[in-house]
Design a protein around this ligand. Structure first.
Ligand SMILES: C[S@@+](CC[C@H](N)C(=O)[O-])C[C@H]1O[C@@H](n2cnc3c(N)ncnc32)[C@H](O)[C@@H]1O
Length: 334
């Protein structure tokens, strides 16, 4: 497996072609301000990769695999960092046969021929039930020490109709859970602009590379702007077509992306070179950058050291970057 670093005039991005768990093990602790990711959903697509996530025999195995990876995300996240997790659900068909086609998405057509666990009878729940995977995963992360701060509804108002769903509403929204590593953390609410926990962001239809499940750059940008300072550190352990990296460069942050697919990693590196003014640099340069305090950290209004309670002065001085210092305690509403 390989690692590539590329830089433009201001920022550095790293691409690790490896499984998410192994890739994260290569990164330093207590570093990234914000993680933004969308893992493969349960039996929704076939990326054609050995060790790909999403094709576990049971929902429990799928959730445990993801939670183990997100434990590592927690390790590398800055103590005041946040984690945005976009996750979709799957239906239990229990049909006893392969099911469903999606003519627009070749990576979903494996469902016609492959007998998925969700097509097999005997789950003990009624056939045609939505499984509830997003909340099962959110509860597992909560049990492992993540603070669940928000269940953001991503309103994909231009979502395609679902060809096989004739007796229920088509799915238009997905969850984006916001977790924090600590109870008191840094976050810039002003970057939400007028939206609170419903974000109406259209699905992007442009294809940067041949990838079937990208989230929109605008979604990643909002997560990055609320969760990191200018010059800060962004992470995506399932980077796919590189959306999070592109959003990081557009907002002048540094970033690391991981993906199991060597084809996607190669195409993303090419895209960054050709369209985003990036040139290859030594991986050591990225490591050096990650070991310094982000350039905009001290003055960033999201830095909790800069929070003001109404009618009070600045509460505390900035915390050190790899923030082992004691967090100033202050009262905020849950
Ligand atoms: C839903 S896509 C991510 C899309 C991404 N947000 C974007 O905008 O392009 C999930 C990605 O996870 C990758 N993947 C699957 N199993 C993996 C694993 N075990 N470790 C790392 N990446 C994996 C797939 O190659 C795919 O690119």
């Amino acid at each position: 497996m390989s690692s590539t670093a590329l830089a433009n005039a201001r920022n550095i991005v790293g691409l690790i072609n490896d499984g998410a768990f192994r890739g994260l093990r290569q990164l330093p602790p207590d570093t990234f301000n914000v993680a933004v990711t969308s893992p493969p959903y349960y039996w929704a697509r076939d990326y054609g990769l050995i060790d790909q996530l999403g094709h576990e025999d049971t929902v429990e195995e799928y959730i445990t695999s993801l939670a183990r990876i997100f434990d590592e995300v927690k390790r590398v996240l800055h103590p005041e960092g946040v984690f945005y997790l976009n996750i979709g659900d799957t239906y239990y068909s229990g049909n006893g046969q392969p099911h469903g086609i999606d003519p627009r998405s070749p990576s979903r057509n494996f469902m016609r021929s492959k007998y998925r666990p969700v097509d097999q009878p005997g789950w003990g729940i009624p056939k045609k039930s939505l499984i509830g995977i997003p909340w099962k995963l959110a509860f597992e992360l909560q049990n492992r020490g993540w603070t669940l701060r928000s269940d953001i509804i991503w309103n994909r108002h231009n979502a395609f109709a679902e060809p096989t769903a004739r007796d229920r509403p088509h799915r238009q929204y997905e969850h984006v859970f916001l977790f924090s590593k600590s109870r008191f953390y840094s976050y810039d609410r002003t970057a939400l602009e007028d939206d609170e926990d419903v974000w109406s962001i259209p699905i992007g239809r442009e294809r940067r590379i041949e990838h079937n499940a990208p989230f929109p750059v605008e979604l990643a940008e909002r997560c990055i702007l609320t969760g990191s300072p200018p010059g800060g550190y962004v992470l995506d352990p399932f980077v796919g077509s590189g959306t999070t990296l592109i959003a990081a460069l557009r907002t002048e942050r540094n970033a690391v992306g991981i993906d199991l697919s060597s084809a996607y990693c190669g195409e993303v590196a090419e895209l960054l070179r050709k369209k985003h003014h990036c040139n290859p640099v030594d991986w050591q340069e990225l490591e050096n950058r990650l070991s310094t305090e982000p350039s905009g950290w001290a003055s960033w209004k999201g830095n909790k050291a800069n929070y003001r309670k109404p009618g009070t002065k600045r509460e505390a001085e900035s915390q050190p970057h790899n923030g082992q210092g004691v967090a100033p305690t202050h009262t905020v509403e849950p």
